[in-house]
Ligand binder design. Structure first.
Ligand SMILES: *[C@@H]1O[C@H](CO)[C@@H](O)[C@H](O)[C@H]1NC(C)=O
Ligand SMILES: *[C@@H]1O[C@H](CO)[C@@H](O)[C@H](O)[C@H]1NC(C)=O
Ligand SMILES: [Zn+2]
Length: 502
């Protein structure tokens, strides 16, 4: 109330005062009007906040000013250094409590923290480990001594190995190191994108032996939902290759098994947490495959989408874009659904690059030409005006993953992230975490912090947060009636959040 009165005074009083002068000074009233019009264009800029929301917004604004004035401003630091600072931030603590809606860009192999994998999973019986010549690790569950495989000649039972080692805590920490990118010296250890991506792929392979063990995968999915739920996230769209899983005796399960299991675990989780909305899968295949392999994968995905319409959201191509095959390279395979008149929505990673003008840089436009539902990362979007226009017109949201972009070395100071442009224009955006376990995050609060405090700066306000959360449901793959239900559920959570934090 007081604030709107002030706005009125600010608008009219100077107008009267300066109307009498004609000394060439820009009209302050007009200036004020333009400033407010510009702010109205940003993400959430058109939302009208309630009195209670205004109050919380004012408080957040003050907190943000304080954090910006500190010597170390977390978004300007590498996340591996900023993490402890962020955890102390009262803004971060509020963001943890805030109902954030959905996580729409997360990969299944890095859904759950490495800590849980090491402290829980590797302590289970029948877990074997092997150290390869290039200093990475492999795990395998087996009811007998495994045969040599994957560069591995010498498998040791972890239980026996641990019995011989004195410093088990130190050993466990070294295992955690193999499963994440986390390091105290990110700039020294990862001098360029190639080095960090190499470690990235290694960590994926290391985790695979654990996660593809069928009984582990069940617990893993449940634990993943638990971690999201704890961070006040109500819905997940998980990118997964649906890798084959194995039992102790060597039995192998196929993709259908995994989808059924996923469905079953999700409903069990919902039974135990009725305020959790659900989870779906975006089937993803690696861009290192050949055209004919991708063709087969698309054909299979069409069938799986038909058989599991409530679980399968669509299809994506994953793996590093730079140096990888482009979407256009796969055009024949990717045209298949349209050709067959079948439904297979796309959720393409595109524009996760800073190499302007390369073939890979064209992925964004191609993703749009293939009618992608959302754009994964879209880091390069800001300098593709036409693609940007199309994405906005068609409501194709960009999945912004700030920490991923920083750790994988597209940007260092997050204040310089190109999504600052998208946010200031109110481009359709959602916030996600990409590979939480590899980056040492959990849930979405760390990424929300970076987006809200770093990329959005002082301008981003509670309306921005609200819109970002609503966007995550609005741009989800849920059918309209479920979307409406999810939004009602979210609004209730939001109202509670606001009244609890006044
Ligand atoms: C490991 O996780 C499972 C659930 O996934 C839980 O039941 C069990 O208690 C955990 N064990 C340890 C040692 O933390
Ligand atoms: C994309 O959508 C347009 C308009 O609905 C349609 O004509 C076209 O066939 C679609 N293209 C693909 C590759 O799905
Ligand atoms: Zn990704």
């Amino acid at each position: 109330m007081v604030k709107s009165l002030c706005l009125v005074l600010l608008t009219f009083v100077p107008l009267l005062w300066f109307a009498r002068k004609s000394d060439g000074m820009p009209d302050p009233a007009r200036r004020d009007l333009l400033m407010r019009e510009e702010v109205s264009r940003q993400t959430g800029g058109l939302l009208t906040l309630t009195a209670a929301e205004h109050k919380l917004d004012t408080y957040l604004h003050r907190l943000k000013e304080q954090e910006m004035a500190a010597t170390l401003f977390p978004p300007a630091e590498h996340f591996f250094k900023a993490k402890v600072l962020i955890e102390k931030s009262p803004i971060y603590k509020l963001l943890q409590k805030m109902p954030k809606g959905a996580a729409l860009h997360v990969h299944s192999s890095s859904l759950v923290g490495a800590e849980w994998l090491v402290k829980n999973v590797t302590y289970r019986p029948h877990c074997y480990i092997c150290f390869t010549w290039d200093n990475s690790v492999r795990f395998l569950f087996s009811n007998r001594q495994p045969f040599p495989r994957w560069d591995c000649f010498y498998w040791q039972l972890l239980e026996s190995l641990r019995a011989r080692i004195e410093d088990n805590a130190g050993f466990d920490n070294s295992l955690i190191q193999h499963l994440t990118l986390f390091t105290e010296d990110p700039d020294g250890e990862y001098p360029n994108q190639d080095v960090v991506w190499e470690k990235f792929e290694k960590a994926f392979i290391a985790a695979a032996g654990l996660i593809t063990h069928a009984p582990i995968l069940r617990d893993y999915i449940y634990q993943g939902l638990e971690e999201l739920h704890k961070d006040n996230i109500m819905y997940l769209e998980l990118r997964s290759g649906l890798s084959r899983t194995y039992e102790l005796d060597g039995t192998i399960h196929d993709k259908v098994w995994t989808l059924k299991m996923f469905q079953e675990i999700t409903s069990k989780f919902k039974q135990n947490h009725p305020e959790f909305f659900g989870a779906r899968i975006i089937i993803s295949v690696h861009r290192a495959l050949s055209v004919s392999e991708v063709r087969a994968a698309v054909t299979e995905a069409i069938q799986l989408k038909r058989d599991f319409p409530d679980v399968v959201a669509g299809f994506d191509m994953v793996g590093r874009e730079n140096g990888g095959r482009t979407l256009w390279y796969f055009r024949e395979a990717l045209s298949l659904p349209a050709e067959l008149g079948a439904s297979l929505p796309y959720f393409f990673h595109a524009g996760e690059t800073d190499d302007e003008g390369t073939d890979v840089d064209q992925n964004i436009l191609d993703a749009l030409l293939f009618n992608t539902t959302r754009i994964g990362h879209g880091y390069a979007l800001a300098h593709h005006p036409l693609a940007k226009e199309l994405s906005r017109k068609r409501n194709v949201a960009v999945e912004l993953c700030p920490i991923s972009n920083q750790v994988l070395k597209l940007v260092s100071d997050l204040r310089n992230h190109p999504a600052a442009v998208l946010m200031s224009e109110g481009h359709p955006l959602v916030i996600s975490s990409d590979d939480p376990s590899l980056f040492g995050t959990t849930g979405l609060s760390y990424d929300f912090y970076e987006a809200f405090v770093g990329i959005g700066g002082l301008k981003a306000n509670l309306g921005t947060l609200k819109e970002l959360a609503v966007n995550s449901l609005r741009y989800s793959s849920l059918p309209a009636h479920l979307k409406d239900r999810a939004l009602v559920m979210w609004q209730n959570k939001w109202d509670t959040f606001i009244s609890d934090n006044l």
